[in-house]
Design a protein around this ligand. Structure first.
Ligand code: ZN
Length: 102
């Protein structure tokens, strides 16, 4: 899997998104000349998902986000579901919520 983040916006709120494999969507009208763009599990536009297209790409997906970045919670949850890990992840959340050590 591949992670990406936007090079725009406030550095204090940068989220590390996870590219949804095989998911593409149409470009805005002013960029119909380009191929469909890629996007994260949360729907954030990945554009070409290549360095130099307003996004920085980390391939493979890192275990820990680089400094000053935090995981996109939606991307992590949907990627867990995509990988068949959602039930196990939910079990950990439930155990944490009731104070049971995992
Ligand atoms: Zn995301």
């Amino acid at each position: 899997m591949i992670a990406f983040y936007s090079l725009y916006g406030s550095p204090q709120v940068r989220r590390l998104h996870i590219l949804h494999p095989g998911r593409e969507r149409a470009r805005p009208k002013w960029r119909y000349d380009r191929p469909p763009m890629k996007e994260g599990f949360c729907g954030t536009a990945g554009w070409d998902c290549s360095d130099g297209a307003g996004r920085h790409v980390i391939d493979p997906l890192p275990e820990v986000p680089p400094s000053r970045l935090t995981w996109c919670p939606t991307c992590v949850g949907r990627a867990a579901e995509h990988l068949g890990m959602l039930s196990g992840f939910a079990r950990l959340v439930a155990r944490k919520a009731i104070g049971v050590a995992s």
